[in-house]
Design a protein around this ligand. Sequence first.
Ligand code: HEM
Length: 156
Amino acid sequence: MIDYVKLTHLVAAIVWMGGMAFMLMALRPAATALLQLPERMLLMEAVWRRFFPMVMVSIVVLFATGTNLYTTTFRAMRIANGQGSVPVGWNVMLVLGLLMMLIFGHIFFSGYAKFKRAQAVQGWQLASQSVAQIHTLMMVNFLLGWLALFAVRLLR
Ligand code: HEM
């Protein structure tokens, strides 16, 4: 059972991290190089409208499976040797994972909401500022994601 939980956790991480990698390193630079401002904003809207719900599902899955993996092991350790403990890297992943989720909340409820409002009235300059803000926060989340991965694999 735990193998399925871990696999599901891994799949959700791949969807979120892979999506961010594609967005930051392929889609946005290509759109900036090839498209004028209004078209670029329309493209980003069409992309995020599809990508952000996928991130939300990934977050729910990561949180549910991550806390399950954590608490299952914690309880097993308590039964086995009287005290519950998990590797340091797991605590780092818990904290960084929660931080990533909060940052995504900020991206969605602040940056993306501002972007959509600006786009609705064709305020392209304002929309492009929100895109830059979203891009920066997404970059932070991408780096935190890598740190969480290194931590869970390398810190015992
Ligand atoms: C509340 C948030 C999270 C919690 C509580 C959590 C917890 C855990 C735990 C307990 C493990 C098992 C480690 C092991 O068995 O060695 C794990 C593995 C993993 N986590 Fe998370 N995690 C969270 C968020 C995330 C996020 C946001 C990502 C994406 C970057 C992520 C990616 C992974 C990956 C790829 C593994 C597999 C590592 C392996 O194969 O050993 N997790 N996580």
